[in-house]
Design a protein around this ligand. Sequence first.
Ligand code: 5RP
Length: 220
Amino acid sequence: MTQDELKQQVAMAAIEYVVPDTYIGVGTGSTANFFIDELAKIKGKIKGAVASSEATAERLKGHGIPVLELNSVDEMSVYIDGADEADAGLNLIKGGGGALTREKIVLAVAKQFVCIADDSKKVDVLGKFPLPIEVIPMARSYVAREVVKRFGGEPVLREGFTTDNGNVILDIHGLEITDPVAMETELNSIVGVVTNGLFAARNADIFLCGTANGVETIKA
Ligand code: 5RP
């Protein structure tokens, strides 16, 4: 099975978690795109979707799925999104696509978080995938120095990339993240950090993991 077939498989499985007559949150990335294409087939069953990025909003609208601003939605049944890494406790690294801040905000309003990914994203310890941090541009160097001082690692500016919020991304290479909740909290306390790509304080509730033998459902 190709990686795209595995992504397709989990995207289809995630449709089971879409609650009729509710608003849902939709993530960003190639796996989320497969999900959006599946969602299009049942679009009449939901009230609408809140997008975690401009790219996702465009794809949803392209399918004729109603897209709402988060400020006009006070309840969302589920948030469905991919991940760059997932550990056994369903703590995640996200933000490979640079949408981490809006993803975290949309997730905050959702009752349930269903993560969809192929099994290459499963890890014992988070950190092999460089941890993205969204930073206010003028704080870039300060934040990089603080990260190295507190956690080590090697911050690399994501060249030529600006987030939907007008900020930059530092990707932190070489971390071994044994306490993701503590690291997420401390990173967010550094002045100039908008948010970081650890989804641990609020982790996934369910991980639909695409394997060659079918979809494995892992619960936190
Ligand atoms: C975007 C994300 C994505 O969920 C993550 O990068 C996984 O993407 P893909 O499904 O393309 O592997 O966090 O900011």
